[in-house]
Design a protein around this ligand. Structure first.
Ligand code: Z5A
Length: 241
């Protein structure tokens, strides 16, 4: 059944929010593109976005964060800067899209802060959760796909693509960093199984895309398709009130 984000009767249904996470070279950007195409083929309006970035002010901060200029602030300062970028991204790109019924697919989001600055930067998880609360508000992902790849393989893909150009601030970290990062992402996925799905990113592109699509179908499209009657009843009650 085709999902219609905007239900009949004129009432707008909030869109769904999907995030892709994982280490360097896991294939997030590739899979965002494939997923967006597939959702659009189902007649769904989709906004593809990324972090850090995704809105004008957040893209300006991206330059600072990836150049390494913010490293001197330490993990706490970097976490705050990533969160500042996220506030602009949520307010100007994500929330308006979800509110008009579009779906949003983001290449990285708050789990990256949890993993890179929180777990790897050894920050207190209460600080990370508080920053999330401030930056995200209601824009919590409905589904997060963790693209899981051994760091050696991911870094090899990235270095081939770079073709001799300099690594950015995070790519330049050593293998131990990327191994711990993979553990951190797996840990997040384990603690929130309702929201998170781990996909083997070593598989060929089309197989990875198929696994992601299965997760979207079972966790979002089928459940969304079952929603209309309940949602219509709620909307009718709201109209009567
Ligand atoms: N960061 C943070 O610390 N805190 C935060 O809160 C946030 C971010 C939000 C953003 O970097 C950096 O910011 C990131 C964490 C930090 N660390 N780094 N670096 P970015 O946006 O520049 O880079 P990235 O997010 O790590 O993405 P990436 O390195 O570009 O990789 P990717 O998007 O996962 O992969 P890809 O571009 O789709 O594919 C990489 C190559 O592999 C490419 O040549 C593909 O053709 C190839 N590929 C893709 N899939 C396959 C398969 N299945 N088989 C074979 N080859 C494949």
């Amino acid at each position: 059944m085709i999902d219609q984000p905007n239900g009949r009767g004129g009432a707008l249904r909030r869109g769904r929010f999907i995030t892709l996470e994982g280490g360097e070279g896991a294939g997030k950007s590739t899979q965002v593109r494939l997923l967006v195409t597939r959702l659009e083929e189902r007649g769904i309006e989709v906004v593809a976005t990324r972090e850090p970035g995704g809105s004008a002010k957040a893209e300006a901060l991206r330059q600072v964060l990836l150049s390494g200029a913010a490293t001197r602030f330490g993990p706490r300062g970097e976490a705050i800067l990533f969160s500042a970028a996220r506030i602009d991204h949520v307010d100007n790109t994500i929330e308006p899209a979800l509110a008009r019924g579009a779906w949003v697919v983001s290449d990285r989001f708050a789990d990256s802060t949890r993993a890179y600055q929180g777990a790897l930067g050894k920050l207190d998880s209460r600080l990370i959760l508080e920053l999330e609360r401030i930056a995200i508000g209601n824009a919590r992902p409905d589904l997060t796909i963790f693209l899981d790849i051994p760091p050696e393989a991911g870094l090899l893909r990235v270095s081939k693509r770079r073709n001799g150009k300099a690594a950015d601030r995070f790519e330049a970290e050593g293998l131990a960093f990327h191994t711990d990062l993979r553990k951190a992402f797996r840990e997040i996925a384990k603690t929130e199984p309702k929201r998170c799905v781990i996909v083997n990113a070593l598989a060929p592109e089309n197989d990875v895309a198929a696994a992601i699509w299965r997760a979207v179908e079972t966790r979002l499209l089928q459940t969304t398709a079952k929603r209309p009657r309940r949602a219509r009843r709620k909307e009718a009650a709201e109209e009567r009130a």
